[in-house]
Design a protein around this ligand. Structure first.
Ligand code: PHE
Length: 343
């Protein structure tokens, strides 16, 4: 077939096909089929090298004209195709604003947080304010300044997680906060609650976790007696466990209080008769307490001749366990919604 006819045929074919193009993808395919580097027209123009020299300029010119015509025809249909594509994607991605939303389940406070807040509220009525103290503590504050010198056997009561620096540990109780707030406020009187996480390097069981919360209470002033300690803690027990709650104070020992006492509440499961939960004693231990040891007052910057104080420490998880009859402390930190959603 002579070249002239070939050019004309190609024009007819390309334009006929372009009429049927109905999408941007098809347009791109068409363009590369005719005008691309390996496209039909490009091939044909390349073949002109073998045509007799006399015909070459004319054929070359016709070929180039066809190229310009095809480019123009292509450019002409493009805006419509783009419009159509845009319309289609707007249609497909249309947001139906009348559709009801998918509800987000409301979050809730962790049980430990709920109990902590109950504790704050009760003591706040009695003038105690919340203060924060460090969770990563110096051994000195956690023990030594609380009257527990290095190598003292009382340290065995608090098995510790030390860091690579053996002067630094994860606090085993909130009591080091006593020293911190005393040093922060001495010689002003103080009445504070010191909540936070504590850690002990112990076997995890149903009754003990390596991580738990404590709330420390501390009051320091000029006229504070053991009667104040008892009054405050009895009031706390009544508000937390009910007006009728009976409590008892049992002599105990902590190196940083003297005298020391643990407070028990009457077992509300058996009403004091004795059952499995109270280990047949009729009583449930809920906190440790005592009058701040004179050495600890001194370490905090208060003159024990002038100042006295009381302190107590309790575990909100333990209180929650008693209040809601939870039989395993591990439920608190395994993030199982079936447990957490009940509170
Ligand atoms: N820190 C003690 C403990 O963890 C509790 C306590 C606090 C006792 C304050 C007396 C005074 O067991």
């Amino acid at each position: 077939m002579d070249k002239l006819k070939q050019i004309e045929k190609l024009r007819d074919k390309a334009l006929a096909e372009l009429k049927r193009v109905d999408s941007l993808e098809a347009a791109a395919a068409w363009r590369s089929a005719y005008l691309g580097r390996k496209g039909a027209l490009t091939q044909l123009l390349r073949g002109l090298g073998r045509v007799p020299a006399t015909e070459r300029p004319r054929l070359g010119q016709l070929g180039n004209e066809l190229k310009v015509d095809l480019e123009e025809a292509y450019a002409e249909i493009l805006p419509n195709l783009k419009q159509a594509a845009l319309r289609r994607s707007l249609e497909m991605e249309r947001v139906d604003v009348t559709l009801p939303g998918r509800p987000l389940g409301p979050g809730r406070l962790h049980l430990s947080t709920q109990i902590l807040r109950e504790i704050y509220a009760i003591f706040a009525q009695m003038g105690f304010q919340v203060e924060e103290t460090p969770e990563v503590e110096l051994d000195e504050y956690n023990f030594t300044l609380l009257n527990i010198p290095p190598y003292h056997p009382a340290r065995d009561m608090w098995s510790s997680f030390y860091t690579t620096d053996n002067r630094v540990l994860l606090r085993t109780h909130t009591s080091p906060g006593q020293i911190r707030v005393m040093r922060r406020y001495a010689p002003e009187p103080i009445r504070v609650m010191l909540p936070g996480k504590c850690y002990r390097y112990e076997q995890v069981t149903a009754r003990s976790e390596i991580q738990f919360h404590q709330v420390e209470g501390l009051a320091v002033g000029r006229q504070i007696s053991m009667a104040d300690l008892k009054g405050v803690l009895i009031e706390f027990a009544r508000q937390m466990f009910g007006e009728e709650t009976r409590v008892r104070f049992r002599a105990s020992h902590f190196p940083f209080t003297e005298p020391s006492a643990e407070m028990d509440i009457e077992c509300f499961l058996c009403g004091g008769q004795g059952c499995r939960v109270c280990k047949h004693t009729g009583w449930l231990e809920i906190l440790g307490s005592g009058m701040v040891h004179p050495q600890v007052l001194t370490n905090g910057g208060y003159d024990p001749q002038i100042f006295s104080g009381f302190a107590f420490g309790m575990g909100p998880e333990r209180i929650a366990m008693l209040k809601y009859r939870i039989d395993d402390i591990r439920y608190f930190f395994i993030s199982d919604l079936r447990f957490l959603e009940q509170f």
